[in-house]
Design a protein around this ligand. Structure first.
Ligand code: NAP
Ligand code: ZN
Ligand code: ZN
Length: 371
């Protein structure tokens, strides 16, 4: 093992659904030979952080450190990482490397788990999320609003040199969450794709749909306030403002092969979104509202053989492919950096829908400590 580091970390800890995050100590998982430790330089703020902080999906396991779009520098490597059986690519991780960690920190990795054996660790029934989750030994997983991250090398990814750290951060969750279903459901040449909700995930959905070579990418948003960004900046071919255009679902009916829906509120016009699908088109829900989705009439599924599905982040292979595509095609999220000390204000602004389109927290202290 390389140098040792303290067993007490510092981070912006959440103690309840209503109190602000406070900079204080927490205890990471015990360091094992297949773990690495990272000095965190950047962490994006994802919609999931907001749901978790306010216990929106059920009571969070406080104390909690959220943040799962982590970029940092490797400062410690377990002795077993260089020969890691479960992940050959992770064997290349070296001290001083720049790596990213997304929304998943562990899965069972057992040969008798069909998800893990198929390289779909993101669907393992025993997955460990990067925060608000527990490892097999019951120790808590802590996320990236902190100065250090410690966890399994299997779920850490080297960042291609051409991707700047701040821009790379949102790719680790937001990027792969839209890339994985786009690729899986055939986004590419000859296909028309709709992206619903132009936020952190949605703007990346437009960028990746373009990078994958889709013929037509349609941004679907509530108002026209993001039209200019979507068309002139992100490269969407068309824009639908659902709260402003009358009969939009009829006007654009049967026009899309695939829809990725990133909407995080349950009061969405789901039936109308489905009207936009072509015959046998696919609708993929990735946004995770705290309340149930709207009711659907059977007709909205029957009349065109619509396929309705969901998608959970991405596998380690999805993450590696997504990072490579982002590096090759210059897929760079639109970000605004904020000092990590301002995390409470940044979280409030994210919750208010002000991000254009992702806030990335920067750990100035950590950067300076390394100089
Ligand atoms: N499946 C997964 O693995 C996965 C991974 C990461 C995140 N998520 C979830 O994905 C969701 C989005 O995350 P995010 O970081 O992209 O959040 P975000 O930046 O806040 O974007 C969400 C977008 O949803 C749209 N929206 C909000 N309320 C709406 C409503 N009532 N009706 C229609 N559209 C509405 C808005 O777009 P417009 O302003 O354009 O209308 C908003 O920008 C969250 O629920 C998060 O937990 C899921
Ligand atoms: Zn996320
Ligand atoms: Zn498994």
């Amino acid at each position: 093992m390389s140098s040792t580091t303290p067993d007490t970390f510092k981070g912006w800890v959440s103690h309840s659904a209503t109190s602000p995050l406070t900079f204080t100590t927490f205890h990471p998982k015990p360091f094992t030979e297949t773990d690495i430790e990272v000095s965190i330089t950047h962490c994006g703020i994802c919609g999931t952080d907001i749901h978790t902080l306010r216990s929106g999906w059920g009571p969070a396991d406080y104390p909690c450190v959220v943040g799962h779009e982590i970029i940092g520098i490797v400062v410690r490597i377990g002795t077993g990482v260089a020969t890691l059986a479960s992940s050959p690519p992770s064997r290349d991780i070296r001290l001083g490397d720049r790596v990213g960690i997304g929304a998943q920190s562990m899965s069972c990795l057992r040969g008798d788990c069909s998800a893990c054996a198929d390289g779909q660790e993101n669907y393992c029934a025993r997955m460990t999320g990067t925060y608000n989750s527990r490892y097999a030994d019951e120790s808590k997983a802590y996320g990236g609003f902190a100065t250090r991250w410690r966890g399994p090398a299997h779920f850490a990814f080297r960042i291609p040199h051409s991707l700047p750290s701040a821009e790379a951060a949102p790719l680790l969750c937001g990027g792969v969450t839209v890339f994985a279903p786009l690729r899986k459901y055939g986004a590419g040449s000859g296909k028309s794709v709709g992206i619903v909700g132009i936020g952190g995930l949605g703007h990346l959905g437009i960028l990746f749909a373009r990078a994958l070579g889709c013929d037509r990418v349609v941004a679907i948003s509530r108002s026209s306030s993001k039209r200019k960004d979507a068309i002139e900046g992100l490269g969407a071919h068309a824009f639908i403002a659902t709260d402003e255009e009358e009969k939009w679902a009829r006007t654009h009916s049967r026009s899309l092969d695939l829809i990725i829906c990133t909407v995080d509120a349950s009061d969405m016009p789901l039936t109308q979104y489905l009207r936009l699908l072509k015959v046998h088109g696919t609708f993929v829900q990735v946004g995770a509202p705290e309340k149930p989705l709207p009711q659907l009439t059977a007709g909205s599924l029957i009349q065109k053989g619509a396929k309705v599905t969901g998608s959970n982040i991405g596998s380690p292979e999805d993450i590696r492919s997504m990072l490579q595509l982002a590096a090759d095609k210059r897929v760079l999220p639109w970000i605004q950096t904020r000092p990590m000390e301002d995390v409470n204000a940044a979280v409030a602004d994210m919750d208010a829908g002000k991000a254009r389109y992702r806030y990335v927290l920067v750990n100035e202290m950590e950067k300076q400590a390394r100089l």
